[in-house]
Design a binder for this molecule. Structure first.
Ligand code: SAH
Ligand code: SF4
Ligand code: F3S
Length: 467
């Protein structure tokens, strides 16, 4: 089957699925509901929007509660605690299913790409109806159909990507902002990381296809896009019409109606001066760069297979801040990589002190199956890891607060995202540099860009007033 035929076949499955949903709703006497729960990163969040699009097209009704008629877990396996969360919550789903015999449980995402996980699921969680992975996610309509129609148990897993249909229905979480996949997979094989094994080899989408998608999103009311890939700086390998990431970024920013462009994630080893120029030259490109450092120790960076040194990272930060003074820098940090000494760790603290990040995600090292680091000696004790983690986090918080303080009193453009969860009289919006601000305003402003004075910095967010 070519991709055109495959797409037609999938749309037929959606039509057939809609008939089944109708039948099930009649049986239940109420609309058939679904809930998609996302674990993990932005790529998974985007994939979940695809799953929701399919379920809505079949006539299912979305609900927040996992006690739904169809519950889908889109899983992450980057650290062991991500897996544990899924196993824990499956226990809860089992109880729901005992009360609701029509209920279907589906699992997909990165965790399913691990054979051991699927084996455990088969042995200990036989009530799961549907299991699929990352490479065949687009086949969701075809996989779900026999589950709905014949109450079949379905498992389909591919060990590599073999083409994909990208233009299936999508339900965006926000009407005014959207992720856009520009590439899939990863070839970097950082020694601690499982992503290359569960997401497969790096593949870039054709630039024309990406720009067509962005134009369609803009027509549909999207103002902010986030270009997504595990290492966007290596975008363009293998595409037919030569295009680098800085070129793609500049083209994306030119699309009429798009007011903001973000991207995730940048690997420091491939960050070019062209990218810094492209960012500096387009006011639509957000003043934020997420630049994972992982460790400040050259010895560990080498063992991690990161291909840069502490000095190179620091000089990159210097160039970025020189050319784009108001840029916010955020990062990812791992503590407790095998064999990490107090001296290695103090190098990480040193970079954090020198750079002063606007925010950082800090993680305790988690051994992952098949990765080279899993076999390294020198695992750290829980106590040492915890102690370093706490010290690092304290330093990160201090830096973030100092950075946020600098903007106090300034007025900034804010894209209004939602009503504040704690206080309904407040709106929550995001600055170009990705920081959140809460301020009084009407819900009708959601999706608009407004000016807000940043009255008080609260560390990782602001309290402000519209002006
Ligand atoms: N592609 C992105 C990272 C994706 S994973 C990049 O390279 O920047 C997000 C973060 O999870 C990583 O940056 C890393 O800090 C963390 N991480 C990945 N594997 C990990 C592991 N085995 N243990 C702890 N943290 C890990
Ligand atoms: Fe993992 Fe490294 Fe790829 Fe990021 S670049 S996804 S950390 S292997
Ligand atoms: Fe997790 Fe997969 Fe993303 S492992 S971090 S959801 S690519």
């Amino acid at each position: 089957m070519n991709m055109h035929e495959e797409k037609d076949a999938l749309y037929r499955c959606i039509e057939e699925g809609a008939k089944e949903i109708k039948r099930l709703s009649a049986q239940k006497g109420e609309p058939f509901t679904f809930c998609v729960v996302t674990f993990g990163c932005q790529m998974n969040a985007r994939d979940s929007e695809k799953l929701k699009g399919v379920l809505l097209s079949m006539g299912c009704v979305e609900t927040e509660s996992e006690d739904a008629d169809i519950c889908v877990y889109n899983t992450c396996t980057v650290r062991e605690n991500a897996n544990n969360k899924v196993y824990g919550r499956l226990g809860l789903l089992k109880k729901y299913k005992e009360k609701n015999p029509l209920m279907k449980i589906a699992l997909c995402g990165c965790m399913m790409q691990e054979e051991e996980v699927v084996r455990t699921l088969k042995e200990s969680y036989p009530f799961v109806d549907l299991i699929f992975g990352t490479h065949n996610l687009y086949r969701f309509p075809a996989l779900l159909l026999p589950v709905l129609r014949d109450d079949e148990k379905v498992t389909e897993l591919w060990d590599k990507a073999e083409g994909s249909v990208e233009d299936l229905p999508i339900r965006r979480t926000y009407s005014f902002k959207s992720g856009v996949n520009i590439m899939f997979g990863c070839n970097n094989f950082c020694s601690y990381c499982i992503v290359p094994y569960v997401r497969g080899r790096e593949r870039s989408r054709e630039p024309e296809e990406i720009l067509t998608e962005i134009k369609a999103l803009a027509k549909d009311g999207v103002k902010e896009i986030m270009l997504l890939g595990q290492n966007v700086n290596s975008y363009g390998r293998g595409v037919k019409s030569a295009c680098t990431f800085p070129e793609l970024l500049s083209e994306a920013a030119k699309v009429e109606g798009i007011e903001r462009v973000r991207f995730m994630t940048s690997h420091p080893k491939d960050l070019s001066d062209e990218l810094i120029e492209a960012m500096a030259n387009s006011p639509k490109v957000c003043r934020h760069l997420h630049l994972p450092l992982q460790s400040g120790s050259d010895r560990l960076l080498e063992l991690m297979n990161r291909h840069y040194t502490k000095a190179q990272y620091l000089s990159l930060v210097e160039r970025l801040r020189e050319r784009i003074p108001d840029i916010a820098l955020t990062t990812d940090l791992i503590v407790g990589f095998p064999g990490e000494t107090e001296e290695d760790f103090s190098e990480t603290l040193d970079v954090v002190k020198r750079v002063v990040f606007d925010n950082a995600f800090t993680f305790q090292y988690s051994p992952r199956r098949k990765t080279p680091a899993e076999k390294l000696p020198g695992r750290l004790s829980e106590e040492v890891m915890r102690d370093r983690f706490d010290r690092l986090l304290a330093l990160v918080k201090e830096g973030a607060a100092a950075q946020a303080k600098k903007k106090e009193g300034q007025t900034e453009e804010v894209l209004v995202e939602s009503i504040n969860r704690q206080d309904e009289t407040l709106l929550t919006g995001r600055l170009s540099n990705n920081t959140l601000v809460h301020f009084k305003g009407e819900p009708a402003l959601i999706g608009q860009v407004v000016s807000v004075r940043l009255d008080k910095s609260m560390g990782f967010y602001y309290l402000g007033e519209m002006v």
